[in-house]
Design a binder for this molecule. Sequence first.
Ligand code: ZN
Length: 149
Amino acid sequence: MGERWVVAVLVRAGDLVRVRGRWRRVRAARDELFPMGGPAVVLTFTQGAPWRVHAAEVVAVRRGATVIDSPSDWLLSPENSGSGPIAEMECTTCLDSSGPLDELDGLTGWCLAHARHVGHTGFRRTVTDFHRAARCDRVRGNLATDVPP
Ligand SMILES: [Zn+2]
């Protein structure tokens, strides 16, 4: 999760791509040929001019990040430093609950035991996960440390 370096041909709509030091949201990616030959990718953004790059050029991408304020200011990303997502199963008949668990086996086991012992067969799963907003400056700082030598 977070910043990755990928070849331009793998960039998809919705990705954030770093262009000349600024993160820009990709609206569409289209394959093309350079006038002199060779594969190219044309990226159009939610704002600003399109960018044509060689299909094999490596670009910095943030995938799954959501811009909340201005694209150049803040990014929202899943929080990776704490626990992973936590889920809870609730019986839709009697509202009995598994309590919060962070593993799928425990949730499945609770539901099957409840069905076996009580006979209720409908369940509602609620998943809780965490996100963190960060300024792009800090994101760029992290990105710099992720660059392979
Ligand atoms: Zn029940």
